[in-house]
Design a protein around this ligand. Structure first.
Ligand code: DSN
Length: 503
């Protein structure tokens, strides 16, 4: 068979031209625009800046940037990603369809994307200190929810049995959430879900009850993952329970993936078969998802037979073409950048500070008389139980938002209704990214305390519903004046701290 007749000199010449264009782009300092204006004749070409092309959207972005800079962001699942990650998201990578996997794409023009995806996979293995012979990675899930759905689809199939931490007890929607009246998450519609709970007295996961219930339910998969639980998970105990049923153990480390990378919390990779995650929480990357799956020996039977893992192909096929089309390769590039950043000593220090700051918040809140669920925290989040203060989570969230302290209402163990949550969840990952120190976090707690006290003070001024409360807050001039004083204090404080990713 004859070789394709491309002369080396022609290839060299193409490469030289491309290199020149790359150098010019780098020199212009912008990976996102090429500085061109409208095409000849004034027809639209697409190179105007957003502010010119769509001032309405540009203005919304400016307002949101102001909000992020002037406020105190304490949503436990949020963070500020780096400028380098933001550059990938606004890059030409977003233009390309790339269905398939490295070496097996369904479209032409994907030669650079194989290099990109393989680099992202390699960095994921390095960031979590994984041997590629034992762990494979899929970096294509659009986020954590599709990642979890893909794993269930691949490994247990329709009506397979899952056990996850109940949402009101600190689990996630995609761990099979349903209520007595309704199947809420598709993971409870398409799979059979039996949740496990925390002990309402301690707030800690009731592992004994999980073990007992598993004996009745015989799960095919147990999910060790949280969205509002502040303690280290006992992965070894989860493993033991899963093994009693030959079940897979999946960790959803979305909240703590940055902390796992930095080795400052328990490591799910030591005991799990599958680990899923989002990439934008403590990991500080772009909004995306990732699945790690075991390779090699699964176990050895009593008769000596070796059982090998066979989960890589089903998981990859469930992600694409099972549930997704083309991966968002600009996000994959951002994940690769974020994973590289986690391997810097600065990131390890950052992750340690995130936990220290959460513990400082707990200590100060306790000093001020608040109750913390489980009594403290081992990670980036804490849950304040407002029942002793007799003021509702939703009202406090509203007043705190009005004074530019952003957090979310959350159920506490033993809450009777998820619609009337009696707690507030706080996380320290985002503000630690803005370089707030332990001392600054004490000041943040003072603002929270003032917001909660103001809520309690003004609550009697209206009827019992949240709607009435909101109307009263919006119309009562004295209340507005008090909110304004507090908001200005918070914003003067918050504005001093730089916002990563922006000059
Ligand atoms: N919604 C996220 C959280 O706030 O925990 C999890 O996906």
């Amino acid at each position: 068979m004859s070789q394709v007749s491309v002369q080396p000199s022609a290839v060299d010449s193409t490469n030289a031209k491309r290199q020149k264009l790359c150098d010019e782009t780098k020199q212009s300092g912008s990976m996102t625009t090429n500085g061109q204006t409208n095409g000849a004749g004034g027809e639209w070409f697409g190179s105007e800046p957003l502010a010119t092309n769509d001032p309405a959207i540009a203005e919304i972005i400016v307002k949101e940037k102001q909000r992020q800079k002037c406020g105190l962001e304490l949503i436990a699942s949020e963070n500020f990603t780096s400028r380098a990650v933001l550059e990938t998201l606004g890059s030409c990578l977003q233009n390309k369809y790339c269905e398939g996997y490295p070496g097996k794409r369904y479209y032409g023009g994907t030669q650079h994307f194989d290099e990109l995806e393989n680099l992202c996979i390699k960095r994921a293995q390095e960031a979590y200190r994984l041997d590629p012979a034992e762990w494979g990675v899929n970096v294509q899930p659009y986020s954590g929810s599709p990642a979890n759905f893909a794993v269930y689809t691949a490994l247990i199939g329709p009506h397979g049995r899952i056990m996850g931490l109940d949402l009101p007890d600190g689990g996630h929607l995609t761990h099979g959430f349903m209520t007595s009246k309704k199947k809420i998450s598709a993971t409870s519609m398409y799979f059979e879900s039996m949740p496990y709970k925390v002990d309402p007295a301690t707030g800690l996961i009731d592992m004994d009850r999980l073990e007992e219930n598993a004996k009745l339910f015989h799960p095919q998969m147990i999910i060790a993952g949280i969205s509002c639980y502040s303690r280290n998970l006992d992965y070894a105990r989860f493993r033991k329970i899963a093994d009693q049923h030959g079940a897979y153990l999946m960790a959803d480390m979305a909240h703590i993936s940055g902390l796992v990378a930095a080795e400052v919390v328990n490591n799910p990779f030591e005991h799990c078969d599958i680990v899923t995650s989002t990439t934008h929480k403590t990991l500080r990357g772009p909004r995306s998802g990732i699945i790690f799956f075991r390779r090699g020996l699964r176990n050895t039977l009593k008769n000596g037979t070796q059982v090998m893992y066979d989960i890589e192909r089903p998981i990859n096929e469930a992600v694409f073409p099972g549930l997704q089309g083309g991966p968002h390769m600009h996000a994959v590039a951002g994940v690769a950048v974020a994973l590289k950043q986690t391997m810097n000593p600065e990131f390890k220090q950052y992750a340690a500070n995130v936990i220290q700051n959460a513990q400082v918040m707990c200590k100060k809140l306790v000093e001020l008389g608040y109750k913390i669920v489980t009594g403290g925290t081992d990670n980036h989040l804490l849950l304040v139980d407002l029942r002793p203060t007799q003021v509702g989570g939703a009202r406090c969230e509203k007043i705190l938002e009005d004074i530019s302290v952003v957090c979310n209402k959350n159920t506490c163990p033993g809450d009777l209704s998820a619609l009337k949550p009696s707690g507030l969840r706080f996380g320290t990952a985002a503000l630690t990214s803005r370089n707030l120190t332990a001392e600054d976090f004490e000041k943040v707690v003072d603002f929270i305390d003032k917001g909660i006290k103001l809520t309690k003070e003004i609550e009697p001024l209206c009827g019992p519903t949240l709607k009435e409360f909101r109307e009263m807050v919006a119309t009562n001039k004295e209340v507005q004046a008090k909110i304004t004083v507090l908001r200005e204090e918070v914003e003067d404080f918050a504005s001093k701290f730089p916002l990563p990713g922006f000059q």
